[in-house]
Design a protein around this ligand. Sequence first.
Ligand code: PLP
Length: 393
Amino acid sequence: MGAQQVKTTPSQRLQRIGAYLFADLDRRQEELRARGVDVINLGVGDPDLPTPPHIVEALTRAVHDPRTHRYPPYLGTREFREAVAEWFAGRFGVSLDPQQQVLALIGSKEGLAHLPWALLNPGEVALVPDPGYPVYRSATIMAEGEPYPVPLRPERGFLPALDEIPAEILSRARLLFLNYPNNPTGAVATVEFFAQVVAFAQRWGLVVVHDNAYSEITYDGYVAPSILQVDGAADCAIELHSLSKTYNMTGWRVGFAVGNRAAVDALGTVKTNVDSGVFTAVQAAAVAALRGPQDSVARTLAIYRARRDRVVAALRRVGWSPPTPKGTLYIWMPTPDGQSAAAFCAEVLERTGVVITPGAGYGAFGEGYVRLSLTTPDARLDEALDRITRAYA
Ligand code: PLP
């Protein structure tokens, strides 16, 4: 009997996720580097600043305790969940039951990726913002759900056009993903907006998944709310938070989900079947971050705000039109003269060696926009701005 061909073709669900939209840009970058060009990447949103020392020290202490070397409690240590509940009450004035409404995550991305498995049946719809963080769509597809893009348009301040979603789609929908402060648009939302979302979700029986990964990355006196501040939100909403951007901890992989008990419980059940939780020493460090002094956050924000202002000023000087975002690490700018996002990014890369990201990579409604990130060290960022000024002024 002849041997069969080994079936290494990616699964149909993986194929449905489709090509990585930044692949072409990555290839061009590599070509330029091979030609000796000093490429500056303003594409990725990964803080260049270090984790504050008191958090690093808490990890070091914890890692010397052999009790942290064993499997962590699946849903998070009691201390971690209590620290989250305390931080949440102090920050948003919302009280949470640490045992039933708080769940430790291996970064908020992990929770977002697993939520459709927890709550979506095959064929059911998840409403995903477009443009949006790509995981909402890909996680829905992995769970064999149907992502339905909800446009975020500039004339609505990049809030979702919920009233445009057809009733037929809403009747099959179960999840509504939202994210404010928003990646990639930099838009922010008010509690009044969240109150409308909660009413909408209750009307259609939806679970709102609010990704609040940038809750602390805000400027000019704007303070981002939690959707859980809205009366009745805990009946329909789960909110995901992250320590990644607040405390420069992207590599540590720690975040948390809070809110609706049934949704938190279902997500926890997925996690007990998939992973074994966040390293206990990392949870101890996260407790130090949440309970410790917060002055490092203010210092980090002052650096981002200064970068934001320099980027916006430089881009305006060459005649482009970036808005000044009140939140996140990103400048979301329309391409000059309505060029396609990919063509404009390719041209900027070719002329300056600076990588910026085409908005179409975040969904069809991101076409005509590009995203620049503020997470590059000051000297390199200024070098990038000089090159853009020389090439385009
Ligand atoms: N949500 C949004 C909107 C993001 O931009 C990111 C990361 O860039 C994440 C979630 C994931 O963050 P983490 O998994 O590090 O908590």
